[in-house]
Design a binder for this molecule. Structure first.
Ligand code: ATP
Length: 661
């Protein structure tokens, strides 16, 4: 994106410096993006420009509204690890609408059923537009909307439903134009216009290059091109891409919007941002991820001439352990959720096994169910039976062992930029191995690749109840890259070697009613992956196998309250595939398939491998629910392409169509 695409003249006069900014600025940007999306012109670039101009106005006029605006656009009120969920349910919103606009529940529901209203946001808009007002209420401000969002997210206890309803009502009364639509959608955590965090981050980076923030005591500088800096277009473009990279890196190490925006407003630039936004205690990062490899042949290709290590790949739950002090230890999931309450036993073990002299650290590990008597690793299914909240150590039935494999920070010093060999050496001096409680991942270093040695080590890992190996570069290109799926970590799974392929994480977006034995539940599901670039769910298969009777009942009970009135705008589904019901994209399932094939009906990686066709999965089978992943963490379209190419290169192009073609 070139700087030329951005609006050089901000309407600064409309937003006097220091005055609270109206929510209309945000809802106007959302309306513009939504309209462009509907007309098919809503590319990511266009969104970036609109959002960037919005941010620039705020940098100029009211910097303190910037972080709240980013939270609003991300459907959040706080970082993931703070567990402040918004997502107000339909029934509360319907009650708020009834009371604000003097309608009955029946009227609201019939508006929902009509073709004009796609969701409760649109019902709110129609109701607000048709309401006669004697006096115009005071303008809604970003500050007010955000503070009510926070209050709703934190409301708990008996009165919480009432509090939520009243807060939404208070805002709806004050809404003008399309604000009501976006207020309702915001509170329901469904903006429905497909803005993703990477786009927001890019827009933010560009905004800070184009419009400088105020420095203490110095008056605000408006636009870089019109203002004091007067950079050439080429220099500006370079500065924009440097800032884009810096903001992305900063947010991957410090995923906290308030801190990031604070640093940018302080005047940090691409060079100095990392000084304050780096990996920190108490702020979980998205973990580094591995690329799948299809076998030792590919490993040999990628790792020949490179020093690397193989580690057993344990099948449990990823855990990032933050030791702030011996008395303050937190455990975070792969998804940055706080699992401290779930694992009091892990906290105790870490406290007891920390080496002397260790004041603080961040450990990356896998928690695995462990049979202390038989001294044996237990399968993941056993681990998944553990409770999640308010667990008392005495009542724990499933014991876990911590298999530690990385160290991201040690005694206040970030280690992510250090090579794995050094991080691992320090890890060994951080915890003390203790039978059945703490163990370092079993490893073998390879100075040069000998396929038979890797094979032997793989066999040992399987015999040790592991899934296979993780192969990691040790010295060169061996830094820890948070949130990246990186070629410097390869996973080599036994299933892959058996030609069964890797499992795939998908999101159920539709369901088909069951017949025969399955009457009364959904008999099959329409499954999709998430395409981050296109910001949409793309189908990969329809699956009806691998479910036990209990699974079918559990899924039905989970999803029956999550049925949508119609297909979401970001579900890319062929007209040939119409499920009986559309489902909210809110759960991730791990499935396995026989292979991938070019599909005339499925839309994943559409057009990448064949014109007008996508890639589908053949003979999919349900394995398990992945509670540790959000819908956007499902397998990506690029991974689907890689898996397809990997199997094609071993002489199988998938042949026929998908399972349901
Ligand atoms: P991904 O995490 O790559 O999206 P996934 O969650 O489905 O995929 P896998 O494909 O099974 O998991 O492999 C990666 C996971 O393996 C890691 O996220 C981690 O939880 C686990 N793991 C087990 N042992 C190790 C190890 N030695 N090093 C790194 N990760 C390990």
């Amino acid at each position: 994106l070139s700087s030329a695409a951005f609006d050089p003249a901000l309407r600064a006069a409309d937003y006097p410096v220091g005055k609270p900014v109206g929510f209309a600025l945000v809802s106007g940007a959302l309306r513009e993006i939504e309209a462009l999306k509907h007309s098919g012109k809503g590319s990511r670039k266009v969104m970036t420009v609109i959002l960037s101009n919005l941010f620039r106005t705020l940098i100029h006029s009211r910097p303190e509204d910037l972080a709240p605006t980013i939270y609003i656009l991300s459907n959040k009120v706080a970082p993931d690890y703070e567990e402040a969920e918004l997502g107000v349910g339909d029934s509360i919103v319907i009650r708020a609408l009834c009371e604000t606009f003097g309608r009955s529940e029946k009227q609201i529901k019939s508006m929902m059923a009509s073709a004009e209203a796609k969701d409760l946001g649109e019902v709110a808009l129609q109701s607000s537009q048709s309401q006669k007002r004697l006096m115009m209420p005071a303008k809604l401000t970003i500050e007010k909307v955000f503070s009510e969002m926070r209050a709703v997210a934190h409301a708990s206890g008996k009165e919480s439903q009432k509090v939520k309803k009243e807060k939404i009502q208070k805002l709806l009364v004050a809404c003008r134009e399309e604000e009501a639509k976006y207020i309702v959608r915001t509170f329901q955590s469904k903006l429905r216009i497909g803005i993703q965090l990477p786009t927001v981050m890019q827009a933010l980076a560009y905004a800070f290059v184009l419009t400088s923030p105020a420095r203490s005591g110095v008056p605000l500088v408006a636009d870089t091109r019109k203002g004091t800096h007067k950079l050439s277009e080429q220099k500006l473009d370079e500065a924009m891409s440097a800032m884009d990279a810096a903001v992305r890196q900063a947010f991957s190490e410090m995923p906290n919007i308030d801190k990031l925006v604070g640093a940018l407003l302080e005047g940090r630039d691409a060079k100095t941002l990392a000084d304050v936004c780096s990996i920190s205690l108490g702020v979980p990062v998205k973990p580094m991820l591995a690329k799948p490899s299809k076998g030792i042949g590919e490993v040999a290709l990628r790792l020949s001439g490179v020093r690397f290590t193989g580690e057993w790949k344990y099948d449990g739950e990823r855990a990032q352990i933050h030791v702030l002090s011996r008395d303050e230890i937190y455990v975070y999931s792969r998804n940055s959720e706080n699992m401290t309450e779930k694992y009091p036993d892990v906290i105790k073990v870490v406290r007891e096994t920390l080496c002397e002299g260790v004041q603080s650290c961040i450990i990356d590990s896998e928690l695995v169910a462990f049979d202390l008597e038989a001294k044996k690793i237990l399968p993941f299914q056993i681990l998944s039976t553990r409770g999640r909240k308010n667990i008392q150590i005495e009542s724990i039935k499933v014991q876990v062992c911590i298999f530690a494999f990385d160290l991201m920070l040690h005694n206040g010093t970030p280690l992510v930029k250090r090579p794995l060999e050094e991080r691992r050496n320090t890890l060994w001096k951080t915890l003390t191995e203790t039978e059945g409680k703490v163990k370092f991942a079993t490893f073998r270093n390879f100075d040069e690749l000998k396929e038979e040695d890797v094979q032997e080590f793989l066999d040992q890992s399987i015999a040790g109840s592991c899934e296979g190996l993780m192969l990691k570069t040790l010295t060169d290109n061996a830094i820890y890259e948070p949130s990246k799926r990186c070629i410097n970590w390869l996973k080599l799974k036994k299933d892959y070697m058996d030609g069964m392929g890797d499992s795939i994480d998908v999101v159920p977006i539709g369901a088909f009613y069951g017949k025969g034995k399955r009457t009364g539940a959904y008999g099959a599901y329409l499954l999709a992956i998430y395409n981050l670039e296109e910001e949409e769910f793309q189908t990969v298969c329809k699956a009806g196998t691998g479910f036990s009777d209990e699974d079918l009942a559990t899924h039905y009970n989970f999803f029956k309250g999550r049925v949508l009135k119609e297909r979401e705008s970001n579900y890319n589904v062929s007209d040939k595939l119409k499920p009986d019901v559309w489902l909210e994209a809110c759960q991730v399932w791990e499935i396995k398939a026989a292979d991938l094939s070019i599909s005339p009906v499925h839309t994943s990686a559409f057009g990448v491998k064949a014109d007008g066709k996508g890639i589908g999965l053949r003979f999919p089978r349900f394995l398990r629910v992945r509670d540790d992943k959000g819908p956007e963490d499902s397998t990506g379209a690029d991974q689907i392409v890689e898996m397809f190419e990997a199997q094609a290169s071993v002489g199988n192009d998938g042949g026929g169509g998908g399972d349901d073609d």
